[in-house]
Design a protein around this ligand. Structure first.
Ligand code: ATP
Length: 198
């Protein structure tokens, strides 16, 4: 599996529709300070489900929408479309995987996988433990290495868990435990009703 293309419109400094196509091998993006290099990696992280505006250097999520310049009006909408070549079937999906995320200034947002509307959870699940997820360390942004060194052992452990591929199972375990707890609550309630009826 490899990242084939990132397409953005209205994302941060990329007001116009911009396509960046990657070949296999190494790609370097160079440019002067403030020209938008970090915005490119952030667009990828955002499309893959990043939920923290702060980690995208904003105060709230709509801050990622093009805010306008002296010469150009702000936009009301941001879209990032990420295309993966999945011909090796690394991801449990089609041979080409296209993930789209859209956000409107009024807060409405949507995710699509191969043109099908999906939940954020579906995007997380598709990439979880693949090394490419929102929380994975294959995208190392500025300051991240320092924060990994300074993190608590429990936080660092999460990184190893993602690398080892156990995060998916831990997440499922948590979901199942919460379902079991709510079922237990229902059973307790049922016992109360039976007791009252007796
Ligand atoms: P450096 O080399 O200094 O790290 P960079 O090339 O990585 O810089 P970025 O940090 O990606 O640059 O881009 C910063 C630019 O993006 C700034 O000019 C900033 O004004 C612009 N920018 C960020 N958010 C928005 C937004 N919502 N609307 C318009 N422009 C934005």
């Amino acid at each position: 599996m490899y990242l084939k293309q990132i397409e953005m419109v209205g994302f941060k400094s990329f007001a116009d529709r911009t396509k960046i196509t990657f070949d296999t091998g190494v790609t370097a993006i160079v440019g002067p300070n403030g020209s938008g290099k970090s915005n490119v990696t952030e667009s990828l992280r955002w499309a893959l489900g990043e939920q923290s505006a702060k980690s995208l250097r904003g105060a709230k999520m709509p801050d990622i929408i093009f805010a306008g310049t002296q010469k150009r009006r702000a936009l009301n909408y941001a879209e990032v479309i990420v295309t993966f070549d999945n011909s090796d079937q690394y991801l449990a999906s089609d041979k080409t995987v296209v993930v789209t995320r859209r956000l409107y200034r009024n807060g409405d947002s949507e995710f699509l996988i191969n043109d099908r509307k999906v939940r954020l959870k579906d995007v997380h699940e598709l990439f979880m433990d693949t090394g490419l997820g929102r929380d994975s360390f294959s995208i190392i942004s500025q300051g991240k290495i320092e924060s990994i060194f300074n993190s608590k052992p429990e936080e660092r452990r999460l990184i190893f868990e993602e690398a080892a591929g156990v995060l998916k199972y831990k997440t499922r375990k948590k979901e199942t435990e919460s379902k079991l707890a709510s079922t237990q609550e229902n059973m307790d309630r049922l016992d109360d009703i039976i007791y009252e009826l007796d």
